[in-house]
Design a protein around this ligand. Sequence first.
Ligand code: F0G
Length: 545
Amino acid sequence: MLSPDKITFEPFKIKMVEPIPALDPLLPQALLHREKVLEAAKYNLFKVPAKDVTIDLLTDSGTSAMSQEQWSAMMLGDESYAQTVSFDRFVDAIHKVTGDKLLIIPTHQGRAAENILFQVLNDLANQYSAKTGRPLRRRVLINSFFDTTAANVMLHGKLIEDDYARRDELLGKDNASLALRQGTERLDQELKKASLIGRNQLVVDQTRPDLFEHGIFGGSIKLDKLEQILSDPQKRSEVMLVMITATNNTGGGLPVSLANMRAIRQMIDHYTTNDMTMYDGLPPLMFFLDACRFAENAYFIQQHEPDQRGRSVSEIAHDMFALVDGCIMSAKKDGLANIGGFLATRFPELERLSWEYMVEIEGFYTYGGLAGRDLEAIAIGMLEGVDDRRVKQRVEQVRQLWGWLNENGVPVKEPCGGHGVFLKGRAFWTGPDGKVLVQPEHLPGHLLAVELYRGYSVRSCEIGTIMFGDYDTKKKIVTKVAPDEDYVRLAIPRRVYSESHLRYVASGLIELHGQRLKANWKGMQFTYRPDSLPHFLSHFKPIPK
Ligand code: F0G
């Protein structure tokens, strides 16, 4: 038994309970039922009814348990159309948490904030290009794109009709002529690439955790790569935004160090001092934070950056926000709310331009697609989000699950991040002799997620080739697999599951891993795949052995 001082217990007790659906998942009839459920859901776990899931680790987004303070605050929701007290309380709470008087635009969730930001920046880039005759500023430099962020960049980054006429100039002559030679379809692909995706992910080398700063900051940006771009006036002039996602969701939920954020800020300031701005009232180049897991990131900084020990999560969060020109935030994560988000900026001009677009898609700028009661729940949730004991227990709970799996030989991404455990799908389906049991193009991560659900009624999510690969719809084959690995994320909802729930998950996975040589299937294949955000909507079928 551990000594009492080694035990991190939940900083809450439970007043209201929700029955676990699909209890007794190991009965033979439950297994048969799940097989039918999977078939009906076309083997996409997003289509599996929640009532047929025992432990749901699909996402940590919008799945938190709210506190009594949040529920009671909801009764005070001001449901007037405009300029509500709830909006004022929402803004006050965000000011307290960020330590700054940022201008706040509520949105119904994180991706709506992304949508607004990239619509506005893209408009500005177009105007700038038309005015100056310079190439469009379309590159976003980021540690890693989350898929909705990439999708929103793409959505607005696609070349507009007028740009077709200028494609030689925009793409560079060689690319444009190549694209033309290869036909219209190919041209479209080239034009898509000419927007922003892919080349600008500057996260540190994920295959070398031994080189992560202090052994943990695997979400940081490679500063030398960033400097190569920013120090070159031509390359710099193509950049629309520098962004950090903290923690880095697609890379195991690993954090970004405060030192890294400081260096990025200094580099931007240093190289852009004399640059022309895209718009009056804005700096030449902005630095934004995707803040949805900022409190977990701040906890890692507190624990691992030597000069930050002893400071509170809240103080460190203030320093993180002080370094950026604005942020987008999905309040469904560290905001402990079931819905909501916001866009924040220091610049009244950006706020004004965002309002113009947001009233068309989200609603008036004091409610942003949310009810007054949602704003109240987020306001309290943001404040609870930075409570040191809450963050500590949450991150340590994730690490406990990681430890059980790691000790028992289940391949996991190292080190452990903040919001979930990332299983390595390809390594999982490898025999003790190193034999590959599931080829990467047969979606090993997804097969693992399907088998974990089929056998144990635990729902997870592939973060691999489905999300980041390429697919030829005509030939019906995977043409590019995800780099490095096919991860399966066990995302842990906040304040929802106890240690024994997670023990069950670990023991199911350890058993499944032990039986991997006897797997029923050779892998999974797509039967339908949409172009955008394929993990939500694709259909699959198993490949028989
Ligand atoms: N940025 C990051 C890093 C995210 O993880 C998410 C959502 C978003 C933006 C978009 O926020 O869902 O409120 O629109 N991540 C969820 C997940 C979906 O499961 O990781 P949203």
